[in-house]
Design a protein around this ligand. Structure first.
Ligand code: ZN
Length: 55
């Protein structure tokens, strides 16, 4: 049986970080900056233990 396997995190694709667009206004001009945040699914590891059961 498979009971000790790590799979790539689906949320971040194994990167461990996810890009997130942030909009800020500087001097009345909106800017969009992309920041990368640690993935909340895998806590930045990029892998998760176990297999997600197919829906
Ligand atoms: Zn992740």
């Amino acid at each position: 049986m498979i009971d000790d396997i790590e799979v790539l995190c689906h949320a971040c694709g194994g990167e461990g970080r996810r890009p997130e667009a942030k909009v800020s206004t500087l001097g009345g001009v909106p800017h969009t900056a992309t920041v990368s945040l640690p993935c909340s699914w895998c806590e930045g590891v990029g892998r998760r233990e176990g297999i997600d059961p197919p829906a």
